[in-house]
Design a protein around this ligand. Structure first.
Ligand SMILES: [Zn+2]
Length: 311
């Protein structure tokens, strides 16, 4: 059967490069003056979503664009940068890496001509861990990672207030989700970029978490006079609802693991425990619970062991 008549073939040939160029569904939404967020899928890493799971944001300061996060791959970073410059009409002046997770920094190659800032601890961890993190993402996502290589941060990210163009940006150390995390509060617009300290409708991920530090970070973020809250995953809000929900989740998780360890449950038994309805409705609820048990339960089992030193 001759399926492809000439006009149709020509049409397909024209569409193919366009489809590649439009690989990632990057649609910035304006959340305040000069301020945009790209809200991502809330699932898990798959070839279909190309690892595009994390919200990214950019601020057109009037003295260049400050970009928060570069996304999961070189292809994403390159496409994202074109979208940023088209949307704002300004050149990118710097990229901020808020923490060490790969979906936040593997688009760095597209920004290597501007300062790529991360705090000292995150930069040090990336120097030793980034290749492994990238390899893992290649395994999960496959083809759309093609050409992606680790580009490490190239400039420091001091905490505190910095005036950039017409914006007063505060960089706040709020470890907890990882060993070192930075939130950005724009005093000029009232937008709080909480990034992965806050999840909205998507189950938090805890491979490097300290729950006690994370809860303290949420208290600190909640005290800020923000008008718009940008979570790392899930939709933007204008209230503190996702901060409260993230806190409730962490408290439930902490309490459940402690109780399970006290009862002597095995990791498999803990993974099979029910997830409360509020959290079960979130994306990836059951899988993230299983992963969190894998990451964290050993610590709780250790803490529940009776002292054996005979004193
Ligand atoms: Zn993260």
């Amino acid at each position: 059967m001759r399926f492809c008549g000439q006009p149709f073939c020509l049409w397909l040939a024209l569409l193919a490069p366009m489809a590649q160029a439009q690989d990632y569904p990057i649609q910035p939404q304006q959340v305040a003056a000069d301020s945009w967020v790209v809200v991502a899928d809330t699932g898990y890493f798959t070839p279909a979503n190309g690892g595009f799971l994390v919200n990214t944001a950019f601020i057109a300061t009037g003295d260049g664009v400050v970009v928060l996060g570069s996304g999961p791959s070189r292809a994403f970073g390159e496409q994202y940068r074109r979208v940023i410059e088209h949307t704002t009409g300004q050149a990118v002046r710097e990229l901020i890496i808020t923490h060490k997770h790969p979906d936040h920094f593997l688009g760095n190659q597209a920004f290597r001509d501007v300062p790529i800032r991360a705090d000292e601890r995150t930069s040090a961890m990336l120097r030793s861990e980034a290749e492994g993190l990238a390899e893992n993402l290649y395994r999960l996502v496959g083809d759309r990672m093609q050409g992606t290589e680790v580009q490490l941060p190239t400039a420091p990210l001091p905490t505190g207030l910095r005036v950039v163009g017409g914006h007063r940006l505060e960089f706040i150390a709020v470890a907890g989700h990882t060993q070192s995390d930075i939130a950005v509060f724009d005093h000029t617009t009232g937008v709080l970029y909480a990034i992965d300290q806050v999840f909205n409708g998507r189950t938090p991920t805890l491979p490097n978490a300290s729950i006690a530090d994370w809860l303290a970070a949420l208290d600190r973020l909640q005290a800020l006079p923000f008008k718009v809250l940008v979570p790392g995953h899930g939709p933007v809000t204008r209230d503190a609802g996702p901060i409260h929900a993230t806190r409730r989740y962490l408290q439930w998780l902490d309490g459940s693991l402690r109780e399970a360890a006290g009862r002597g449950l095995t990791p498999n038994e803990v993974m099979a425990l029910p997830v409360p309805a509020e959290f079960a409705a979130w994306a990836e609820a059951r899988d993230e619970w299983r992963r969190s048990v894998g990451f964290l339960y050993g610590r709780y089992e250790q803490a529940a062991l009776p002292a054996v030193d005979g004193r």
